[in-house]
Design a protein. Sequence first.
Length: 345
Amino acid sequence: MDFQIALILGLDGVTNGAIYALLALALVLVFAVTRVIFIPQGEFVAYGALTLAMIENGFLPATIWLLIGAGVLVALIDGVAAVRGGAARKLPAIVALNILYPLVLLGLVWSLPLANMPLAVQVLATVLIVVPMGPMMYRIIYQPIAEAPVLVLLIVSVAAHVAMVGLGLVFFGAEGYRTPPFADARFELGPLSLTGQMIWVMMSSLVLIIALALFFGRTIYGKALRATAINRNGARLMGISPALAGKLTFFLAALIGVLSGVLISPITTIYYDSGFLIGLKGFVAAIIGGLASYPIAAGGAILVGLLESFSSFWASAYKEVIVFTLVIPVLLWRSLTTHHMEEEE
């Protein structure tokens, strides 16, 4: 390996690491607020990329039917709870948000020639279709067992992951898709060749991280999530709704996942089950941060990206093994240096 090849591999590793950093931040956020190890995070990456691919190819995205079905189920759950709680006046808002919105979105996607529209409109349609599934998933699956032990929540996450992979096969088929790049520009920086899509990935990741930092530091909802992450019981005593915090957290996680899928779909072919490996690499980065530290998780993501890139050069057949082996020394070190506390019943 010469210096030029090392630079190329390093650039590729930083590009992949930028995506893993976003996923790691989402996983840390979800775990800090809800204690859920969100294994289906990668499925939102795949759903976002494949929904955009279907729109660009002129097909009605099958995920719109999943959104409608989830909306009906959420409307039934919340509607029954509202009636039993003597808050029947909330029924119109519940129906409008969970049933009317998906139906209106279906009508727009069905009638508009999205395949011939600008990329920004197609990405917006993808976000509007897939992202609402995040808070709906929390309401249906996690909110009823929000106080369960972490192990129970992990088992439920595994089940949700398996279900979403199966639905992905039904919705998108076994074929892989790759979307056109956002920009065809190419810049030569000495021995490096920097593509427009790489710039889009790195700049978009940086903008999203800055936007999340501003959200948590400057907005009421962001500060509420931070308070919930630091002390769930204290936040509840101060009037912060755990259900609202959970839904908002899953909304942000789904948004990060969908945008990550949109960004990487021009770089690599995405299949219905590709999200698991991508999300797992983000999870490795989150583990490096102890599922608690955002900056360390972001640094760990860059490390994972670089390790993946260089291992693909030296031993491409074992690159996944090498990347995931990184978890072992991290867990061993944390096991030896962390005081263990039994989870409260």
